[in-house]
Structure formats: C-alpha cells, structure tokens
Design a protein around this ligand. Structure first.
Ligand code: ARG
Length: 460
C-alpha cells in the first residue's frame, strides 16, 4: 500500500518499522471523533472557498458513509496505513479520488490527533460525570434510608466516636462531588480547538478557526499554534482527576471489604457481586471491591506514564506523543468500569444496623461527650480531658461501660458531675447532642442530604 506521504521516499518502509510505529491497533477508538472533526474541517474549507461547496458536500457525505461502514464493522483497518487518521483519509481517497485528496488541506495529523483526543475526552468526561452522579445518588439513597443508623466512627481504625451511618456515607458523596468538579475542569481544559495549528506554524491558506470551533462546540481556539500541537495538559489533568477519583473509590472499596468481614459484620455484600472459593465451600469473597482497590494502581501508573512521556519533550509535536493513547484509554476504561460496577453493587448491600449500633457505644466512644459535659459545667477542657481519661481507666479496670458507672463513682473524679450526666453517655445521645454545622447531629445530616441531593442533580 502506497503511503500518503511517500513522495520524498525512494525505499519502502521496513515491515519491522511499520509494525513498530503503527497506532491504528489502538487509536481506531478515535474514529468517530476523527470523522466529526474532518466533517467540520471540510465544511470550513468549503465556506472559505478553499475548496468548492460541492466538494465539501461530497467529502461530508462520504465521511458519513465511512462512519457507517466502521459502525457496521465492515471497514478494514490496515496497519500499513499507520493510524486511524490515515485509514479514514485513505478510504476517502479510494472513494472520491482527487476530491478526497483535498480534505487534508490546511491540516496536519499533529493538529488532527490533538483535536480527536480533545473530542474523545470531552465525551468520555461527560459520561464519567454522569456515572459519578449515579453512584452519588445511590449513596444518598442509602443515607436517606438509614437515617437513624448509628455506627462507630473511627480514627486510626480504632473506635473513636459514634456517628450516623448516613454521615459516613455523605463523606463519600462530598469526595465524589469534588471528583465531578475536577472532571469539569479537565473538560474545560480540553475544550479549546487545536485545529488550524496545522503542523506547528499555521497556514498560508485563509482558514476560519472560529467557525470550526463553533461547529464542534469548543469554548475557544488554542491561541498558539506551537502550543496547540505540543499540549497534552488536558489529558494529564483528566488522568490526574481520575487518579483522585480512584483513590476515593479505593477507600470505599476497602471499607466494603472490611465491613463485610466476620470481625466487623457491618454489611452483607450481595451474592451477585461476590465470588466463591474453589476449595473453601463456605467462602464469599469481596472480589469486586478488591479489584476496584487494585485497579487504582493502574490509573496512578497511567498518570506517571503520561507525566514521564511529556517530560522534557522539545517543542512541538514528537512521535513520542503517540504513546499517550494507551494510558488515556486505559484510564477511561478503568474508571468507567469501576464506577459502573460499584453503582450497581452498592444499592444491593445490606447494612447490619443493629450490629453497628451495638458496637457504636463500646470502647468508651462517648468519653469526649463526657469531657464536653464537664466543659459546660465550667471545667477547663484540658482538665476535663484528664478527668475523663481517669474515669475511662477506672471503668476499664472495673470492666464497666461509662454509662454503667454510678453517680457516686463518677463524682469521685469530679464534683462537677451531677445526675444529668447520664443523658450524655450513650451513643444515641452523643449523636443527638451534636450541634456544630458539618457534624453528625441528625438535623445537620438531614440538611446535608437535602443540599447534596440538589447539588448532585444540578451538575451535568
Ligand atoms: N498517530 C500519530 C499520533 O497519535 C498521529 C500524528 C502523527 N504525526 C506525525 N508527524 N507523524 O500521535
């Protein structure tokens, strides 16, 4: 197959070089965006009189036919044609002859590939945002359904203070909200038109970049043609936002693994999203959650791959940049599959709210409430902390919970303690008495659910 750029070459490309440099085996995924971009370019060439309107129409119609062939699976991708761009252009030329040869006027693969990648990421980011939103909704549903469920909150993985299960779940909704915002920022970075930069210097032909930007719904045009073909910041921003998203998903996944252990027994994972053991008949393993945790590493790796790929590259386009595709595609596939499976699994989780409540008041988790009780009685907080610590030590040695100590025992540690203290020592009271905004008090949590439901509905 004669290369479209064969003019200045005497010898044929070696097979080894050909298979080493080809990218169509993976960048075929950009086909839809390549066609859409080419159609906009053809229309602009026609409008500007660089080609005739008639030629522009024929290019557009034929590109649409090629798209239909690719969608139907009848298009043959040829590795000797290097990449998706050349494969499509070659098909166009086979169908239209010299008219087909006019499409690439005032365009280079350098600005073309940058365009395709931006269009691709724009649409994948939109899908990612709706998957994030769907998962946020299932977290919010679970929170609304279990408004009264009290669980132990942890620091250092030691029981710390009682919290509402809903409050814990809302923490994840907040993280995901930041992820969605970061995705939107990455989308805005991607949403600048690089086309018209041509190879790197622009063109002598009278193109209209604004018109192309409008056709393709870009917010603006990349202002510097050298930067336009050299820039992959938008892709790195997307993968970086994805790395943070995966970090959050891995924390949720880890808690699902932990909470489903016999030791915790806070939840039961649905059969449909767990797997059995090939030898131990009793096992029900949280593999989906574990794989989400594990796949986080791939996305971190992809981020590092892209940063390292772009490091110290001289301006402008370098073929190295073809290596951006695989980490970008892999990131898209990974985050979408993780969000999808988690979104399906989460609503089917059973929460063992009784077990959570039983453990919530253990381990002296209301000691801080006792210290704050003393503060309200006029004791300085550091003193109150010390007194309460001593009470805990005493209770531990006499194998009692805080609310099992008598008033007489308690008063031995501080004369400020009165009989009303017992209103503050159990887990439910601890939660009910929380006043601060952003805290785990029931009214505050309800307010946060209402606010987050609105926020989640409002972002695209
Ligand atoms: N397949 C190439 C890529 O993905 C397209 C750009 C090729 N440009 C070039 N000057 N060889 O980066």
């Amino acid at each position: 197959m004669k290369k479209l750029w064969a003019g200045r070459f005497k010898d044929k490309t070696s097979k080894a070089a050909e298979s080493f440099t080809e990218s169509v085996s993976f960048d075929y995924r950009l086909w839809k965006h390549d066609i859409v971009g080419s159609i906009a370019h053809a229309k602009m060439l026609g409008k500007q009189g660089i080609i005739t309107r008639e030629e522009a129409n024929r290019l557009t119609a034929t590109l649409e036919n090629i798209a239909a062939d690719i969608a139907a699976g009848t298009f043959v991708f040829r590795r000797d044609l290097e990449d998706i761009h050349m494969n499509i252009e070659h098909a166009l030329i086979s169908k239209l002859g010299d008219t087909g040869r006019k499409l690439h006027t005032a365009r280079s693969r350098n600005d073309q590939v940058a365009l395709d990648l931006r269009l691709y990421l724009r649409s994948e980011i939109d899908e990612t945002i709706s998957l994030i939103k769907r998962f946020q909704k299932s977290l919010l549903d679970a929170a609304s359904k279990h408004l009264d469920a009290v669980m132990p909150g942890y620091t250092h993985l030691q029981r710390a203070q009682p919290v509402l299960l809903a409050h814990h779940l809302l923490a994840y909704v907040e993280m995901l909200q930041r992820d969605a915002e970061r995705m939107k920022k990455a989308r805005a970075s991607a949403n600048q038109l690089p086309l018209g930069a041509c190879a790197l210097a622009g063109t002598t032909l009278p193109i209209d970049r604004r018109y192309v930007a409008d056709l393709l719904q870009f917010d603006g045009i990349a202002r510097n043609s050298i930067d336009a073909v050299s820039d992959r910041d938008f892709a790195i921003e997307f993968v970086s936002a994805s790395a943070l998203l995966m970090m959050h998903l891995s924390r949720i996944a880890e808690e699902l693994v932990l909470w489903s252990t016999t030791e915790f027994n806070f939840i039961e994972l649905p059969d449909a999203f767990t797997t059995g053991s090939s030898i131990m008949p009793q096992k029900k393993n949280p593999d989906v959650a574990e794989l989400i945790r594990g796949k986080t590493g791939r996305v971190y790796g992809n981020l590092m791959a892209l940063l390292t790929l772009m490091k110290a590259l001289p301006l402008s386009y370098n073929r190295d940049m073809q290596e951006d595709k695989i980490p970008i595609f892999d990131t898209v596939d990974t985050i979408k599959s993780c969000l999808t499976v988690l979104g399906k699994m989460f609503p089917a989780i059973t929460f063992h709210v009784e077990r959570m409540r039983e453990t919530a008041g253990d381990a002296y988790s209301t000691a801080t409430d006792l210290a704050e009780y003393l503060v309200r009685k006029g004791v300085a907080f550091r003193r109150a902390h010390e007194v309460t610590g001593k009470i805990v030590r005493y209770a531990l040695s006499s194998r009692k919970r805080l609310d099992e100590l008598s008033l007489k025992e308690l008063r031995r540690f501080s004369p400020s303690i009165a009989s009303d203290v017992f209103r503050y020592l159990d887990a439910d009271a601890s939660i009910k008495n929380k006043l601060s905004s952003g805290g785990t008090g029931p009214d505050e949590v309800k307010k946060q659910i209402r606010r987050l439901k609105k926020t989640v509905d409002s972002h695209r």
